[in-house]
Design a protein. Structure first.
Length: 252
């Protein structure tokens, strides 16, 4: 699971008819992110830039979650919260895979970035279960068939059918549809709707900062960020380069 690429804009500049958008790859150290926003404000203060930054664009939203609406990703989403979510994603790739499969099965996504981060940190509590298929069993192709074959194997029904040479006569799709009536069926597994999803507020942002060991103050810190020392910005045309996290400079 990769990071989050966003384009940062400024409401003050935008309202004055100017665009000072800059692409940034998250996650970043919180202090470096704060310094970057401070630098953008200082460089463009004469055109009305202030402290009100927003997300003007996403280079693909995490987990394929739709942009806007009641979902967590929009222009109003906090940039700092997106950065912390990217840190959680980077540190928990296995858990992100579980969240992705649950969402692919049809789970409603959390309405906030904090809720999504909480899902990742509690992924093992998501009631998602992979199908228990066997390479030698009936080659199911639909979620209903996969559910039916999985349950037939687990209950011993499949073995009984195999002994009678009757596997090909059994309607695994209808069986899986009945068994999974209270579940969301996906390509890789199912979500049991009779069980609760993880709490979306168990971990606060302060808890998540501590878990990610990113304890820099969110306010701008003194001194230039690392990337400014490595690649003087004056040699690059504005808006055509993307900042790379970790002090790796820019890329076109």
């Amino acid at each position: 699971m990769g990071g989050i690429a966003i384009c940062i804009g400024n409401y003050g500049a935008y309202n004055n008819g100017c665009l000072i958008d800059r692409w940034v790859d998250l996650p970043m150290n919180s202090g470096d992110l704060a310094r970057l926003l401070q630098k953008m404000e200082e460089e463009n203060r004469e055109i009305g830039a202030g402290e009100e930054f927003y997300v003007s664009d996403y280079d693909g939203t995490p987990f394929g979650i739709a942009y806007g609406g009641s979902g967590p990703f929009s222009e109003y989403t906090s940039i700092e919260s997106l950065n912390l979510l990217a840190q959680v994603m980077e540190g928990h790739p296995r858990e992100c895979g579980i969240v992705q499969m649950a969402l692919d099965a049809g789970c409603d996504c959390p309405e906030s970035v904090l809720g999504l981060a909480n899902w990742i940190l509690q992924a093992d509590d998501i009631p998602f279960y992979a199908y228990g298929l066997d390479n030698d069993s009936f080659q199911a192709t639909t979620p209903e068939e996969k559910m039916g074959v999985s349950w037939a194997i687990g209950s011993g029904l499949y073995g009984a059918l195999d002994d009678l040479d009757a596997v090909g006569f059994f309607d695994f799709s209808a069986y899986g549809e009945r068994i999974g009536a209270d579940c969301l069926l996906g390509d890789d597994g199912y979500v049991d709707l009779g069980l609760d999803m993880p709490a979306e507020d168990r971990f606060s942002w302060n808890d998540i900062r501590a878990l990610c060991e990113d304890t820099d103050a969110p306010e701008p810190l003194p001194g230039p960020p690392v990337w400014e020392e490595l690649q003087p910005e004056s040699v690059f045309p504005e808006f055509e380069y993307r900042y790379l996290g970790g002090g790796d400079g820019y890329e076109r």
